[in-house]
Design a protein around this ligand. Sequence first.
Ligand code: RFL
Ligand code: PHB
Length: 390
Amino acid sequence: MRSQVVIIGSGPAGLLLGQLLTNAGIDNVILERSSKEHVLSRVRAGVLEEGTVAMLEEAGAGRRMRREGLPHDGFDVAFDGKHHRIDLFGLTGGKRVMVYGQTELTHDLMDAREAAGTETVYEAADVAPHDFDGDQPYVTYRKEGVTHRIDCDFIAGCDGYHGISRRSVPERAISLFERTYPFGWLGILVDVPPVSDELIYCNHRRGFALCSMRSTTRSRYYVQCLLDDRTEDWPDERFWDEIRRRLPEDVAQRMKTGKSFEKSIAPLRSFVAEPMRFGRLFLAGDAAHIVPPTGAKGLNLACGDVRYLFDGLQEYYTGKSAAGIDAYSAKALSRVWKAERFSWWMTTTLHLFPETGAFGRRIQEAELDYLVHSRAASMALAENYVGLPF
Ligand code: RFL
Ligand code: PHB
């Protein structure tokens, strides 16, 4: 079998790239290790930048998001028992974000792909990219005990942090940059109305907390937890008790609680692989970089990579120029590092780092006080949060 582009992974990066390629008449196949149901069961991101929203629309998969997504013009930063609004719309000259779950976005892109009749192979085992340093790359995989081979022009490694694409690159050809944080996020989903119309990011002596949502009737809440905590350590009663202690009094008092139907713990990590292109293999999304979720950047960065990669591939096929794909890695990394910086900064400012001691705590207090009382500092936060331009 032959396809112009083989995409490894059907997360947001792979699906969005696939849909843009299909619409541009460039044939592609997605090879996904898991089942469709498994991919759709992962609860992750919730905040989309305007650029991401525009790309979903460009891909023809934005209709439900426009109908059901919640546009947000600001969010609150809470500390020291008080909360302060960051007016995203006012501070950025009219930009906002869209609250719409990654699960829904993935669903919409899968539906669009099915409607277009483009192939996805789910439960593809032992996917392996080959010969991408030459000009006749191919990908092999196993399905129901049979080995298959797809010859292609290009391979897009959109298979996330644990994928095979990055690990297929010889060690000497790749540089890795990494920082891990000494805590995780415990997140729950619960069908009660959100405590506020907008998100609340909260710094507290007991640790970070975040109030987010999926709809006007479904809340998504997080608390900073220990790295070795397990969900069994956190029955709902403990979770509600803890998040209420961290939030400002007025917020804690009006918070509606209920039985959670999803609970998971995620470690926090900053990670970048350089470069993002190896001959005819391109890495995009979490396969190339990870940010801690505090800045809500992971999914949006994946879509930013897809912007540059799709434009480059389209230029290659229609304009007969390799300039776009040649510039891909440098362009993507320049944007990636800015989002890495922002996510690291937001994480550092809002979480409890016991090892930094009393000095670290005072610096954090000064940073937060400066942030909410200086228009320049608030503007810098807002500009990064709504997303730097592509
Ligand atoms: P994904 O979503 O991990 O998809 C990769 C896909 O590749 C498949 N795969 C393979 N397929 C074939 N062969 C192999 N060997 C394979 N290995 C893996 C996997 O099964 C999977 O289907 O990567 P992608 O597409 O790059 O998308 C990245 C985003 O999912 C990620 O950055 C975000 O979820 C991060 N994130 C957030 N991002 C935001 O922009 N805004 C947010 O508000 C936000 N909140 C979050 C987050 C991530 C979180 N966790 C759990 C890490 C909140 C949390 C708690
Ligand atoms: C979420 O709703 O899951 C969410 C929102 C904002 C973040 C991270 C996660 O910064």
